[in-house]
Design a protein around this ligand. Structure first.
Ligand code: ADP
Length: 299
């Protein structure tokens, strides 16, 4: 059977969507989906009508991060119906298709066909923002979404990275891709700031009375683990491990794209994402939520 009975063009479908934002990353696991999900929560909390489209075919994590895991989409009167969080946050993901019991819809067609269906056949209705969570890299999916929506109709891309050099090299590729296809880079978010060095790389040096430098790392870590795990946690979340290369800020200056800010490594954010919750409503996300809010306010 054909899910696409209503022959609507992409232009017609997107005519009711005011702003389109792509969230991209050079590498997987940098927190791109987490950022997309929290951005959607933040905008929805301000009463905007928000659509979140997850086009990661290999590892769709958006259903889980929105608390919609295991759900499937339905064929509605005007097209594929997205799933809703509250009344103004609409979500569509490959995850909903995969778990659907109507495999005929998605079996067979290649990735590009599926992505096109997502922007053509999903009935979003009136939206203030459509956030597209892309898979990592710059390949078929990214080209398809840019061509499908039309570069000129996209407000811009937000690129998420970690502070590590390797990840930053991949960010340059993302920036160049955006320049090449004519999509404005809204800015770069440095996520998991503080992850560049594991805590096991920490060194504590004690300067003795006669000026000697003594390595007391082992003792200090053991002591803190036992007596003050919160402090150890605090150190792990602070910027003492900031990458020596200057991280994303330096790269943004070089590439002449805006730097949007840093989001610290925060186990509570990870937990909120894991449980499909907004970090902005979570008093435990005291480290990450204000940082994310500051970034979102800049957009
Ligand atoms: P990507 O979409 O780039 O592949 P995800 O958003 O799925 O990455 O994030 C990978 C993992 O890291 C998830 O478990 C997520 O909850 C966690 N995570 C993301 N950002 C942070 C952060 N700032 N602090 C702690 N954990 C984070």
């Amino acid at each position: 059977e054909d899910a696409n009975e209503h022959m609507v063009t992409i232009a017609e479908r997107m005519a009711t969507v005011k702003h389109k934002i792509l969230v991209m990353s050079g590498k997987g696991g940098v927190g791109k989906s987490t950022f997309s999900a929290q951005l959607a929560f933040a905008l929805a909390a301000r009463n905007f009508k928000v659509g979140l489209l997850d086009i990661d075919i290999c590892g769709p994590s958006i259903p889980k991060m929105l608390g919609l895991e295991g759900q499937t989409f339905h064929q509605g009167k005007f097209g594929w119906s997205p799933l809703y969080v509250g009344s103004n946050l609409a979500v569509m993901s490959f995850g909903f298709v995969i778990s659907s019991d109507t495999p005929a819809i998605w079996k067979g067609p290649r990735k590009n066909g599926l992505i096109r269906q997502f922007i053509k056949d999903v009935y979003w209705g009136e939206l203030d923002f459509l956030i597209v969570d892309n898979p990592p890299g710059t390949s078929d999916e990214q080209i398809e979404i840019v061509q499908g929506l039309g570069a000129a109709n996209i407000d811009g891309a937000i690129i998420v990275t970690t502070p590590q050099q390797v990840s930053l090299i991949d960010v340059k590729k993302e920036v160049n891709f955006c320049k090449k296809v004519g999509v404005k880079v809204l800015g770069v978010v440095e996520n998991m700031s503080g992850l560049s060095q594991p805590i096991s790389n920490l060194k504590f040096i004690k300067i003795t009375d006669n000026g000697e430098r003594k390595d007391v790392t082992e003792w200090t870590l053991e002591y803190m683990r036992e007596k003050a795990p919160e402090i150890l946690n605090f150190i792990a979340n602070s910027e003492v491990f900031d990458s020596s290369g200057g991280g994303a800020i330096k790269m943004c200056n070089e590439m002449k794209v805006p730097f949007l800010g840093k989001v610290p490594l925060d186990p509570q954010l990870c937990k909120a994402a894991e449980e499909g919750r907004s970090c902005f409503k979570d008093k435990h996300c005291a480290v990450s939520a204000p940082a994310l809010q500051k970034i979102i306010d800049k957009l």
